[in-house]
Design a protein around this ligand. Structure first.
Ligand code: ZN
Length: 150
């Protein structure tokens, strides 16, 4: 999944819970569950992951910057804003750590994290990218709708 649905899922978790440890662990677990859903992300077109074309970085960075600005604009007056950011960050932490690429050098923890991440990750065929886009948009839309109503 792209970072947007992960971040919004962690935000929903934090909005409904108070315990930071529960928010953290459920946020991290949600990452694996969402990645198990057939979806579209840059990895759809860039697997195997040993090779990352240069165009990946501006797309991911652009999404992160736009998301951070929109996220702040929409949620900064929420009473639980810091906890919601923490939940969102917990939900994207797996991608952040895995994309440091320490697994490529066999560094313990990062290697196991990468294996677990790959095990959960549903890799949709690039020929069926539009189906992945559909699930990603439905999930993201549902999360935006939920957050706008709560
Ligand atoms: Zn992931």
């Amino acid at each position: 999944m792209t970072i947007t649905p992960h971040l919004l899922t962690g935000t929903v978790v934090a909005k409904n819970l108070k315990n930071p440890w529960a928010i953290f662990f459920i946020g991290v677990a949600s990452h694996f569950l969402l990645d198990a859903i057939p979806h579209l992300d840059v990895g759809t077109f860039t697997r195997p992951l040993n090779y990352q074309p240069i165009w990946v970085y501006p797309i991911v960075l652009g999404e992160a910057i736009i998301l951070a600005l929109v996220y702040y604009k929409v949620f900064h007056k929420e009473p639980k804003f810091k906890l919601m950011m923490f939940g969102g960050f917990s939900a994207i932490l797996v991608d952040v750590l895995d994309n440091l690429n320490f697994w490529k050098k066999g560094v313990p923890f990062f290697t196991q994290l990468h294996s677990t991440h790959e095990w959960f990750h549903y890799n949709i065929s690039p020929d069926h990218w539009y189906l992945g886009l559909l699930t990603t948009l439905i999930l993201t839309g549902g999360l935006v709708w939920y957050l706008s109503k709560s």
